[in-house]
Design a protein around this ligand. Structure first.
Ligand SMILES: [Zn+2]
Ligand SMILES: [Zn+2]
Length: 459
């Protein structure tokens, strides 16, 4: 194989019988004035010729799905031509939401991947959300010791308050059952039960009580009673059931055959391709709207530590105003705030009082107005950072006064990951779509090589 790609007598567009030798395995840049037919050589000639060769190797059916250059390259010969890819030049608009990732359309492929193959965690309790079926429940039970007894329960009422137990007993009886459980205690409809009206209860109907040995066969041959009971439980439990394993340490496992968190019953939003898209208003991080940063005021950037409060240690101009100062004096009287020592020597409590606390206390502030009339105002003390944020984000005119005190930090809600929590709770081999986009090309290759799919995912 030659070290060069050789082009002879290229005539495409206005090229004037160009002969070039381009070194391989090097980064070669073609430069020239705009309109000097650079892309006619690179794109319309070299890439074009390779593409024609490639197309010839495909069936006519396959060609229907490929975009190709219909125009023919005018060139006598290109020798030592290797497979060629073209990364098109793209004029990017200056959208702050654009990244290499979005411009190259790699994101589109990732979106498809995450939409179809994923594990999802509950955004409320971090539990893995899965949809169970009879066979996943049975698979779980098979793992138990063969002499274990277990109870199949259907969820009847969840988080129910003001329970009218007599009414519920009747409902259970009407469905053809006599046993139910509350807090893992089992009762029959004839039992006297006293419940606290204030508390919330989960009430389960006992559907069946079985022993693994009798009712679960590994070869699935005689699981009929088990399957029937599970099916009935799912139906009565509105798709949610609990299995209580009665061993020395009894334990409960929740299952659901619809897509819902079996621990906290959070129902996740249904995914679409736009679930991973920043353009989608519905799926972008609600705090930063895909800009990943949030503007905040940080103590270290608004305070000069060596000054006392009397000497205007708080830098933004609003706090120089004598009204604020009179208010601070009132706060000082009530809360032991030292305004005559350097800010850095204030206690944690004092700093916090200034920066982050809101006292729902009305202070009477004496204030000399512009007309030199003295007035008493009733005022609350709003903490410094809140005051700044309010003035910065709501007042157009004053905003510029505060510009230099504002700091951009990673968005606290998405941690700079730009999407809503529901989108970021979708994992492929422990990485969410944002984390996957952040790893290097080499690591990505490794990542994709290691993906192992279940039979369902392969489909
Ligand atoms: Zn949950
Ligand atoms: Zn965010």
């Amino acid at each position: 194989m030659s070290k060069y790609l050789e082009v002879y007598w290229a005539n495409t567009h206005n090229l004037k019988n160009i002969n070039v030798k381009i070194p391989k395995n090097k980064m070669v840049i073609i430069t020239g004035l705009s309109g000097s037919w650079k892309s006619s050589l690179a794109f319309n000639t070299i890439y074009n010729v390779w593409q024609q060769k490639y197309l010839e190797s495909l069936s006519s059916y396959a060609r229907m799905f490929i975009w190709w250059m219909k125009e023919e390259a005018k060139v006598d010969e290109i020798v030592w031509l290797s497979p060629t890819i073209s990364i098109d030049q793209k004029t990017t608009n200056r959208n702050p939401r654009s990244t290499v990732w979005t411009i190259t359309e790699i994101l589109d492929y990732y979106k498809l991947l995450y939409l179809n193959i994923w594990k999802r965690k509950c955004i409320k309790c971090n539990n893995l959300i899965k949809k169970d079926s009879l066979s996943t429940v049975i698979d779980d039970l098979i793992k138990q010791d063969i002499w274990i007894k277990f109870i199949i329960k259907a969820l009847f009422y969840k988080n129910k308050t003001e329970v009218n137990i007599e009414k519920i007993k009747k409902e259970i009886l009407d469905l053809g059952f006599i046993r139910f459980s509350i807090w893992n205690n089992i009762y029959t409809v004839n039992d006297e039960i006293i419940l606290d009206k204030e508390k919330r209860y989960n009430i389960y109907i006992i559907i069946d009580r079985l022993i693994i040995w009798d009712y679960i066969k590994k070869d699935n041959s005689d699981n009929k009673r088990l399957k029937d009971s599970l099916e009935l439980a799912f139906k009565i439990g509105n798709w949610q059931i609990q299995i209580e394993i009665l061993s020395k340490k009894s334990k409960q496992k929740n299952y659901s055959n619809v897509f819902i968190c079996s621990d906290c019953w959070h129902i996740p939003e249904e995914l679409t391709i736009s679930s991973f898209s920043f353009n989608s208003h519905a799926w972008a991080c609600p705090v930063c709207h895909w800009l990943w940063e949030k503007m905040v005021f940080l103590e270290e950037n608004i305070v000069k530590e060596n000054l006392t409060i009397e000497e205007w240690a708080i830098l933004p101009p609003w706090f120089w105003w004598s009204y604020f100062f009179n208010l601070i004096k009132e706060v000082k009287k009530k809360h032991k705030l030292r305004i005559n020592i350097p800010y850095k020597d204030l206690s944690k409590r004092e700093r916090n009082l200034l920066m982050n606390w809101t006292w729902n206390i009305i202070y009477r502030v004496k204030f000399l107005s512009e007309k030199w009339t003295s007035n008493i105002y009733n005022s609350k003390f709003e903490w410094v950072i809140n005051t700044l944020s309010r003035r910065f984000f709501t007042s157009g005119k004053e905003k510029t006064h505060y510009d230099k005190y504002v700091t951009n930090i990673d968005c606290p809600d998405c941690g700079g990951m730009r999407l809503k929590k529901e989108s970021l709770s979708i994992y492929l081999n422990k990485l969410n779509i944002w984390e996957l986009s952040k790893i290097s090309v080499v690591k990505s290759k490794d990542f994709f090589n290691k993906i192992q799919l279940s039979n369902n995912q392969k489909k």
